[in-house]
Ligand binder design. Structure first.
Ligand code: NCD
Length: 311
């Protein structure tokens, strides 16, 4: 049985096959409409979410299956003190696959170890968010026509942002990727990430000013300051509006520098940027459904006649 806990759980070849499958789903949705008839996904969300949970549920429903779950720890037996290990043992009796989001790093791994069904990590604390990473990568592949040979800037809360940690790990396997980390000093990318890049001789720069970096970027990955992971509100208030991407900054960027954001957006991208053809953050959401459909099929080992080969 396979789980998806980090983006590195799939090889580069498997990721290519997964994106081919997601693209086939996008263009021929009817072919997949009954692929998961009678199957259920359980979405176990101990932390708030709009997109990720609904996108998993939509993905399963698009495949002919159904969805059940809970949306916050207070609505689940976690509030009575039940462990993740026990919860997943129980859920294994109700569903065929589970997606779990939790504020503690490693929670999805604990679930996977105790599960009789495939477990998908839908975000564990500040650690990883592999399905977001896969949809970020599919968006890049669709817009740029390639994964690799580009300079990507990551801007905002690089300390607590799990989507950043997850995406850097995944992109580090592709040739010619250069990283520019743009953050205030207090929200620098963790050392374990830069050490991994050093070990692999992958080039990266760290800078504070977005103005200084934006001209050389092929992709700009904006992130919000992760309020819920701060220890005190004062620090959050001081740092929350450190970056605001607006028309003025976009005018300094390359004509084909796409802007990605995992969403939710707070203030870090001005709404005046939304109409710029380089704004790709709502496209990401759409690709997210196709990618999650492909992930569900792959982990459940379901093959559709005439469909792309699953990873
Ligand atoms: C991200 C997350 O939960 O890490 N959201 C998402 O899944 N699209 C980013 C965030 O919350 O800032």
């Amino acid at each position: 049985m396979r789980h998806l806990l980090t983006p590195l759980d799939f090889s580069v070849e498997e990721i290519d096959q997964l994106f081919d499958l997601a693209s086939d789903i996008e263009h021929h949705p009817a072919k997949y409409a009954h692929a998961c008839d009678g199957k259920k996904i359980a979405t176990l969300f101990y932390e708030p979410s709009t997109r990720t949970r609904l996108s998993f549920e939509a993905a399963m429903i698009n495949l002919g299956g159904s969805a059940l779950g809970f949306q916050s720890a207070v609505n689940s037996s976690a509030s009575k003190g039940e462990s993740v290990a026990d919860t997943i043992r129980v859920i294994s009796c109700f569903a065929d696959i589970a997606a779990i989001r939790h504020n503690k790093e490693g929670a999805a791994m604990v679930a996977a170890r105790n599960s009789r069904i495939p477990v998908i990590n839908a975000g564990d604390g500040g650690h990883m968010h592999p399905t977001q990473t896969l949809l970020d990568m599919m968006t890049i592949r669709e817009l740029k026509g390639r994964l690799g040979n580009f300079t990507i800037g990551m801007c905002g809360d690089l300390k607590f942002g799990r989507t950043v940690h997850s995406l850097v790990n995944a992109l580090a396997r592709y040739p010619g990727v250069k990283f520019v980390f743009i953050s205030p000093q207090e929200l620098r990318v963790p050392d374990y990430i830069t050490e991994m890049l050093d070990d692999k001789n992958i080039p990266y720069e760290e800078t504070i000013r977005l103005e200084d970096a934006i001209t050389k970027l092929d992709i700009l990955y904006m992130t919000r300051v992760q309020r819920e992971r701060f220890f005190n509100e004062e620090d959050y208030v001081r740092l929350k509006d450190f970056y605001i991407l607006d028309k003025r900054l976009m005018n300094m960027a390359k004509d084909d520098m796409y802007v990605l954001h995992p969403l939710p957006r707070v203030n870090e991208i001005s709404t005046e940027v939304d109409s710029d053809p380089r704004a790709a953050y709502f496209k990401q959401v759409q690709y997210g459904v196709y990618v999650r459909m492909a992930i569900i099929l792959t982990l459940l080992d379901i093959h559709v006649d005439g469909g792309e080969t699953n990873a």
